[in-house]
Design a binder for this molecule. Sequence first.
Ligand code: COA
Length: 255
Amino acid sequence: MTWETVDLDRNEGVATITIDRPDALNAMNVETLDALSEALDEARDARALVLTGAGDDAFVAGADIGYMAELSVAEAQAYAELGHRVTDTIETFPAPVIAAVNGYAFGGGCELALAADLRVAAESAVLGQTEIDLGIVPGWGGTQRLSRLIGDESARRLIFLGERIDAAEAREIGLVSEVVADDALDDHVADMAAELAAKPAHALQAAKESLNQVHESHLSAGLTYERRLWSGLFGTHDQREGMTAFVEDREPDFE
Ligand code: COA
């Protein structure tokens, strides 16, 4: 399948989805959200997924402001629901998702990155939940996920002030986990994705599902969930192989 504004590349278990609408700094209009949704479906068997933006300037400069300018309440609701469906799909994607933030990540762009498991930024990236200056608030999960990731007060500061922060500051407040030189980003993230793709996939999926439960449930329910997932991995090929290889002092051969 091909799309005008989204590319899907596959290489040995790693899928890379690139938002490719450089004339609009990769802003997400409805067509691009639909294409991203389809690309995520098509990549579902990947063992690791990278999400990035085309060109040198932007990851995703946000939801499409030109499109939003004249929306009615009902149309805005449909656009928010579409954005939520896509960010939920990223968050619950069966394999780890790395956002390679290669430039501007504002508003809905920052929210796409927030739905990923890991965020790595290029040195020159600039991030922010800038919606306040458009007279709105984050609407694709940003109020919820940002606060959970960087803490309540930092989230309030970013969302209330609409600040645009550089990669170093994003690293400092925990919005991204790593910052690398601009020209090293692609290789660095590709190595990281390859390393993840070589891990036992069922165990990774269980780890992700269990970590996702942290914000869905009280601690006792989360611990029950973790126990169930943990014991469910026993008897799988990768569990037997991983442990036997350790005992036999050799490299494991995962499925
Ligand atoms: N939606 C729609 N179009 C966008 C966009 C967005 N979120 N962000 C950028 N674009 C478009 C611009 O309209 C422009 O299109 P044009 O060439 O047809 O006029 C093109 O992308 C380039 O943007 P421009 O503003 O000229 O580039 P710049 O380098 O001067 O500034 C930004 C880049 C990212 C700082 C600036 O575009 C910006 O602030 N964008 C809005 C960011 C935002 O608030 N996003 C949150 C939306 S929820």
